[in-house]
Design a protein. Structure first.
Length: 154
């Protein structure tokens, strides 16, 4: 999505919300749903719409873990960091992915192909370790199996 289109979409979206501070979180959620993250331009537009400063908007948004501030990759890799998955080696999976893709957890590869995140218990502990790639749950994963799935995405 080009910046021009993104800006236009954000303006249209903001027009649906009254200029009231209680609308801040619903607006941020809608923006993230549309863009995949909260860009600097989007934060500025939201602040302008609600007559707040960009710092105020950042201050609220950074309080919630649901918001991202960098553009997500085409593919999202989430490795469970819950206890069962940790015991079964999810840390090794993260290390291998970070090494192979050259990206830190919480980051996105330079080519915007992959984002890597560590997430709380996914609720499938019996299937540990769990890796979720593009919303598909992969159970009993190993570093090698995870890299094979990743290669199929490329
Ligand atoms: S600890 Fe990973 S799914 Fe529960």
């Amino acid at each position: 999505m080009t910046t021009a289109i993104a800006n236009m979409d954000i303006k249209e979206m903001l027009a649906r919300y009254e200029r009231q501070r209680p609308n801040l979180i619903p607006i941020l959620q809608a923006v993230q749903e549309e863009l995949g993250y909260l860009s600097e331009n989007a934060i500025d537009a939201v602040a302008d719409h609600l007559h707040l400063s960009a710092n105020d908007v950042y201050g609220v948004a950074t309080f919630y873990t649901q918001f991202r501030f960098t553009e997500p990759g085409k593919h999202m890799i989430k490795v469970c960091r819950g206890t069962a998955c940790h015991v079964q080696g999810s840390g090794l999976i993260v290390e291998e992915l970070a090494r192979k893709l050259n990206v830190e957890p919480g980051g996105t590869t330079d080519d915007l192909q992959f984002s890597l995140e560590r997430v709380a218990c996914y609720g499938s502990c019996a299937l540990a370790p769990v890796v979720v790639i593009d919303d598909k749950v992969h159970d009993r994963m190993s570093p090698k199996k995870t890299l094979e799935v990743i290669e199929d995405c490329e």
